[in-house]
Design a protein around this ligand. Structure first.
Ligand SMILES: [Fe+2]
Ligand SMILES: [Fe+2]
Length: 303
């Protein structure tokens, strides 16, 4: 890359960071103040839309009582939210590493710090929601948690941002639908609304990092980023529903998870949640090669 192009790219980055910082100052929520955590939890409202629950439409589902279905929705949303916490914490680690490396007088670094502050509040908010509903913060499966320790070491450049975008945009697709669903708990809708509003900045920032990173990557680097994005995204998708949630409603975790994976309704839900980010990743040349099999297994890419 020529010196002039490099300077132009840095100027672009500063401009975006400046704009995002202004938005961070104008629009942000403090979940401790902006959410009434003591508000009543109506007994008749759902925690997760029925048609998005992993077992919806299966034989197991047909045998469940309305109460079991409501309960499963509550545990699945707790699993999704706590997996959100897990990936937010990973993102914060990667962003902090960037803060170390760059000039702290730039808007770019100030924006990185603002995004870390947003994610701190989000993780607190998701954790408080699990506590308020009295459900465990399941998070990903234990072995995924172990494996993920290498991510802050391996993750750099466009694939690090792309993998985080997958977590952010999948959640965003789900939350945009949930925040306007009158059949859902008001607390869930408020948590979703806050997250959608603040994540819009993160998505803009990460998308720019992916586009610029891929534009300067050589052939070998592009293949590496393509594969790493597929691997991490597979674990993101796999982690949304921790099979332990099924135990909470008296089902066998192994058997129920198998039914969920083979459930055409759940496959369609995953494809729907992944639709927007998959389009972007395909446009930036991050889908294809040996990772394709993982994309299909993640259910984010239609079979
Ligand atoms: Fe977040
Ligand atoms: Fe985020």
């Amino acid at each position: 890359m020529s010196r002039a192009t490099q300077v132009a790219k840095l100027a672009d980055r500063e401009k975006t960071a400046g704009r995002l910082l202004k938005s961070s100052a104008d629009k942000f929520y403090d979940p401790d103040i902006d959410i009434d955590w003591d508000a009543e939890i109506p007994a008749d409202l759902s925690f997760h839309p029925e048609h998005r629950i992993s077992l919806y439409g299966t034989e197991l589902w047909d045998r469940m009582t309305p109460q079991q279905r409501l309960e499963l929705g509550k545990h699945e949303i707790a699993s999704i939210a706590s997996t959100g916490i897990f990936f937010e914490v990973l993102l914060m680690q990667m962003l902090l590493k960037q803060v170390y490396k760059h000039d702290p007088t730039t808007d770019h670094v100030h924006y990185l710090l603002a995004e870390i502050a947003d994610e701190c509040r989000h993780s607190t908010m998701f954790g408080k929601a699990c506590k308020r509903f009295g459900v465990p913060a399941y998070g990903p499966r234990k072995w995924v948690k172990q494996l993920a320790k290498v991510l802050p070491v391996l993750g750099r450049g466009p694939s690090a941002y792309a993998a985080i975008l997958v977590a952010e945009e999948v959640l965003d697709r789900m939350q945009r639908e949930n925040m306007v669903d009158p059949g859902l708990q008001p607390l869930i809708r408020m948590v979703n609304r806050i997250h959608v509003l603040e994540e819009a900045r993160h998505v803009t920032f990460a998308r720019q990092e992916v586009v610029q990173g891929m534009a300067k990557a050589g052939r070998f680097a592009r293949s590496y980023h393509r594969l790493l994005t597929a691997v991490v995204s597979y674990f993101v998708a796999l982690s949304l529903v921790n099979p332990e949630v099924y135990r909470a409603v008296g089902l066998d975790p192994k058997q129920a998870w198998k039914a969920a994976k083979n459930n055409p309704h759940f496959q369609e839900t995953m494809r729907y949640w992944g639709e927007r980010i998959m389009k972007f990743l395909a446009e930036t040349d991050l889908v294809g090669g040996p990772g394709t099999v993982l994309w299909r297994r993640s259910m984010l890419l239609a079979k």
